[in-house]
Design a protein around this ligand. Sequence first.
Ligand code: ACO
Length: 428
Amino acid sequence: MSETLTITDNRTGKQYDVPVHDGTIRATDLRQIKVTPGEFGMMTYDPAFMNTANCKSRITFIDGDKGVLLYRGYPIEQLAEQSDFLETAYLILFGELPQQRQYDDWTHEITLHTMLHTNIAKLMEGFRHDAHPMGMFISTLGALSTFYPEAKEIFSPESRRLQTVRLIAKVPSIAAYAFRHSIGRPFNQPDNDLSYPGNFLSMLFRMTEPRYKPNPVLERAMEVLFVLHADHEQNCSTTTMRTIGSSHADPYSALAGAAAALYGPLHGGANEAVLKMLHEIGSINNIPAFIKRVKAGEGRLMGFGHRVYKSYDPRAKIIKRMADLVFDVTGKNPLLEMALELERIALEDEYFVSRKLYPNVDFYSGLIYQAMGFPVDMFPVLFAIPRTAGWIAQWEEMLNDPDQKIVRPRQIYQGSPPRDYAPRDKRK
Ligand code: ACO
């Protein structure tokens, strides 16, 4: 027997049986609930989609209470331990882990597309010397749609596949170009004999040496950070990707929008905000006073709290462990002790405990990035590189989902009732 939810409308005394599937009712099934036939019908009010499923998805599963994160069913801990970014990206995009042959072809395909058109380099050179790399990254992604106009053939699987490969291959190159521009150094061309993160490090940090050899610990750390950030179901930037994609914009334009959403300090900008916060606190002695201010509502403890995780973010656990390996190579980040003490105090404090506020992925990632030599401005860019895989997978899923249409929410209008236009000299 199919499940239904029975709703009684006290205004009319009528009863409605609304079908329940997957523990969910369709909001449009509520439209039949009306007092008079001419009415629009009942809507739900859900700012920020706190309790609204916007899609059915097979990509990523999160259990926020238990701290579980799965990509296509595989636990994030196993992927971080045993996989690499390109394999994980393949899994997220195509649903299964690749066989050896598929893995080799996929890696080869990505490697063939790492180079940027020289006009893209010229375009990026046009930015001011102090331009924020994320602003450069977002603008360049948008500009890519003019280089690949066939990308608007979004219903062609071949075109989608080509743009997918191009995007995954080129985002590290764009990110590295943005970084090199901001430090006033010439762009480094990709080195296709290196791994995906190894090549990225080479494009960032190679100076006069003919061949850049990435430190294996830092290369692996970059790989793991990329795996951890590859997808996170319906977050703000992914929802933006799906929303822009729903109007059938090309994937470069949609991805530029998703990256813009990621830029904000409540989302991908949070690790930058964590470091700023640690600098502002200044010393361990100032932590109690800082916590007091947060509890009084004068600011937030950045890198803490999550819309979905109401326990320790599993990615934060992996990053915290990895920090020690990285710091063995780079030397300890002096802010680490402050972060550890901040975490210890917060996790014992009733304010944070009762609100289930735990460290999220951004609490420690910034410390690692900084120790590896990245300026804080680069942090959201480092997040956007791997998340490109998730954004594209979600976009593809949306396009192939017969339930999806152009996104167009409703509103509760609270403005003026109809009134007549008055000429300027007659206005009160
Ligand atoms: N510091 C202090 N208090 C907090 C924090 C925080 N970091 N986060 C939430 N709270 C408090 C709120 O003040 C609120 O308290 P109240 O009930 O007394 O009003 C309660 O906890 C619930 O907070 P909401 O804002 O309703 O939680 P929401 O789910 O909307 O916000 C968010 C989630 C945006 C991540 C929030 O926790 C936050 O701002 N954190 C800091 C920024 C951050 O680290 N963002 C990165 C998120 S992970 C990512 O995007 C990769």
